[in-house]
Write a protein that binds this ligand. Structure first.
Ligand code: CAA
Length: 291
């Protein structure tokens, strides 16, 4: 299976990073979103993030220009049908993801590999709703995609070996490192990371520390590049809550219950950086803790 063209569904935080790294690695990328504005914002952000890489001598101006020329955009999902590999990076809701695969299905080449960048939903269940569960895999990138070295590869129960091998080769071509995870709720990274973030929110909720002391403790006391609450805002509190719910329901263990304070922030629409407010308020010059 020689993968040359890649379709990316969803131009949000993850989709634009995925398009960025594939275009730089020489793949032709078709980036899809339902919103023209989101596609415009994604292209601008990709150019800006590539500028950072140019200014730090990671890539040349010519690499940037060639990569940007490899990305085309469309609001028509079916335009992705003829690509070799599709990476779904839409909202973390199973109904949305399933609908995307159903809409794509009649337009796909028989050999096209389907993948989802889901951070926690069952790959086996998503695969079972398509016509090609053997060519379906979890392909989980970390945020920010151009910086983070890891990609989790998750086989569904029916995934065949050629599909796994093809994706492993793609990860190598991207210059990243693959970790194989079994298809259980939240796989490896989020199974470990999210309970830590949730525990940080409990630590805040119970008044053991405030936002500043909790984040400083983990940055200076455990050498984490970001504190857990800063990281939660970076990932998106709605995504954190969705993953905790998948862990709680999927593993049926009360140790995964989402902290009520996390739920309250999400109910308020304080979803972190993307909405301007979460555990920090980002609307001013510098982020200010909200507790
Ligand atoms: N695109 C390209 N380059 C970027 C970038 C982007 N979006 N964001 C940062 N960079 C580059 C910078 O240019 C800089 O490059 P050099 O090393 O060459 O100087 C480097 O990354 C570091 O950036 P900064 O100096 O601006 O900032 P920093 O040192 O504070 O690092 C960070 C920023 C890399 C985000 C760091 O804080 C970090 O590693 N945070 C933790 C991130 C993390 O844990 N991500 C995983 C989240 S979990 C997940 O994604 C899974 C899920 O399903 C929820």
């Amino acid at each position: 299976m020689d993968i040359k063209t890649v379709g990316v569904v969803g131009a949000g935080q993850m989709g634009n990073g995925i398009a960025h790294v594939f275009a730089l690695a020489g793949y032709d990328v078709v980036l899809n979103d339902i919103s023209v504005d989101a596609l415009g914002r994604a292209l601008a952000l990709i150019a800006k993030n590539m500028d950072r890489q140019v200014s730090r001598d990671k890539i040349s101006e010519a690499d940037k220009a060639a990569a940007l020329a490899r990305i085309s955009t469309t609001t028509t999902l079916t335009d992705l049908g003829q690509t070799d590999l599709i990476i779904e990076a839409a909202t973390e809701r199973e109904t949305v993801k399933t609908a995307i695969f159903e809409d794509l299905q009649p337009h796909l080449k028989p050999e096209t590999i389907l993948t989802s960048n889901t951070s926690s939903i069952s790959i086996t269940r998503l695969a079972s709703r398509t016509d090609r569960p053997e060519k379906f895999m979890g392909f989980h990138f970390m945020n920010p995609v151009p910086v983070m070295q890891l990609v989790e590869l998750i086989r569904g129960i029916a995934t065949d070996e050629p599909t796994y091998t093809a994706l492993h080769k793609v990860v190598e071509k991207l210059g990243k490192t693959a970790a194989s995870a079994e298809d259980f709720p939240a796989f490896i990274v989020n199974r470990i990371l999210m309970p830590m973030i949730n525990e940080a929110v409990y630590t805040l909720y119970e008044g053991v520390g405030n936002v500043k002391s909790i984040d400083e403790s983990m940055k200076l006391g455990a050498n984490h590049p970001m504190g857990p609450l800063e990281l939660a805002d970076f990932i998106g509190l709605d995504t954190c809550l969705a993953i905790m719910n998948v862990l709680h329901e999927g593993l049926a263990d009360t140790k995964y219950r989402p902290c009520p304070l996390l739920t309250k922030y999400v109910e308020a629409g304080w979803l972190g950086r993307k909405t301007g407010r979460g555990f920090y308020d980002y609307r001013g010059e510098v982020p200010v803790p909200t507790r």
